[in-house]
Design a protein around this ligand. Structure first.
Ligand code: SAM
Length: 294
């Protein structure tokens, strides 16, 4: 057993710099998430909440408990607590315009995208948070394609945070979130008004969209169990968590699971300029796997 697993608990067990350093290392090993020096207060606040809820003695006690938990549930809860899930409908809208105006028309003309009489389109929202990104993509696709019966469309949405994955799968969003991001005509077409358990007004995404999307828990640094390649990967506002070598290996892994000619979208504040990769630059935050590559 690891020595400091059996360290006696001290009353008033707070988060000090030494423990924060151990937590950082542990989180990096498990999820490659790089907690900067400035994240100590965030960790104190978010872990403090779990410590109170679980009536643990303090931060050392909590960290020992997470590491001793063979089920992995405590680790999942810890990662849920530190992930930052900020997202919204139609966030960074240029990507959705590019999807509608370039990717879908290109694919419709591309004979290699067809098999069994259908045009196959596979999209992955990697680091999907609560699902606004993938639902926006599904709306844009549904609005753009003229003959849905000619298409075989599947969207995969994955995240390391189990709670956001469950949220996305339910597809229920507070009314203000939807009203502030989605045009009225699209709300009427793709959402059904509902009430949450707490009585708040909300909308649920209609089944026409939900049946196109699969939500799954996935740590980007675990094995990727995909059978088919993707035509488009959204990895937006996720790489900010990772250091440069981790970003580089992730980007090169995306390259492998894209079809030739497939696209990668990254967040508007992100860039691949300091990373060695084989993508072609299309325009800021949009990259393409060369059509000639495998
Ligand atoms: C800021 S959100 C971005 C959501 C969405 N892509 C967007 O741009 O609106 C970042 C997401 O990345 C997820 N994430 C962080 N590290 C991850 C990892 N190692 N594997 C999978 N998802 C991860 C977080 O849980 C979080 O939901």
């Amino acid at each position: 057993m690891n020595d400091d697993l059996v360290q006696p608990y001290k009353q008033g067990d707070d988060l000090d710099a030494a423990l924060f350093a151990k937590i950082r290392k542990y989180v990096y090993e498990k999820a490659k998430i790089n907690l900067g020096d400035n994240k100590m207060e965030l960790v104190r606040a978010r872990f403090g909440k779990i410590i109170r809820q679980r009536q643990l003695k303090g931060f050392h006690d909590y960290f020992n408990w997470v590491r001793a938990d063979a089920s992995g549930d405590a680790l999942r809860e810890m990662l849920n607590a530190i992930s930052t899930n900020l997202t919204s409908f139609f966030r960074e809208n240029d990507h959705f315009v590019f999807l509608a105006n370039t990717i879908l028309p290109e694919l419709a003309k591309n004979p290699t995208a067809r098999s069994g009489g259908k045009i196959h389109f596979r999209v992955w929202s990697a680091g999907c948070s609560t699902g606004e990104e993938v639902h926006t993509a599904a709306i844009v696709i549904s609005e753009t394609i003229a003959k849905p019966e000619e298409w075989d469309i599947k969207l995969l949405a994955t995240d390391i945070d189990t709670e956001v994955v469950a949220h996305g799968r339910r597809g229920v969003y507070d009314r203000e979130r939807v009203d502030s991001g989605v045009k009225r005509s699209l709300i009427d077409k793709y959402f059904t008004p509902c009430l949450k358990e707490n009585g708040r007004e909300a909308y649920q995404v209609k089944d026409t969209l939900r049946r196109l999307i699969t939500f799954r828990h996935l740590n980007l640094f675990s094995d990727w169990p995909f059978k088919r390649k993707f035509n488009l990967i959204f990895c937006r506002n996720v790489m900010i968590y990772f250091d440069r070598p981790t970003q580089e290996s992730l980007i090169n892994h995306y390259f492998e699971v894209l079809t030739p000619g497939g696209y990668l979208f990254i967040g508007h504040s992100e860039s691949l300029s300091s990373i060695s990769h084989k993508f072609e630059y299309v325009k800021p935050t949009i990259y393409q796997k060369p059509a000639a590559s495998r």
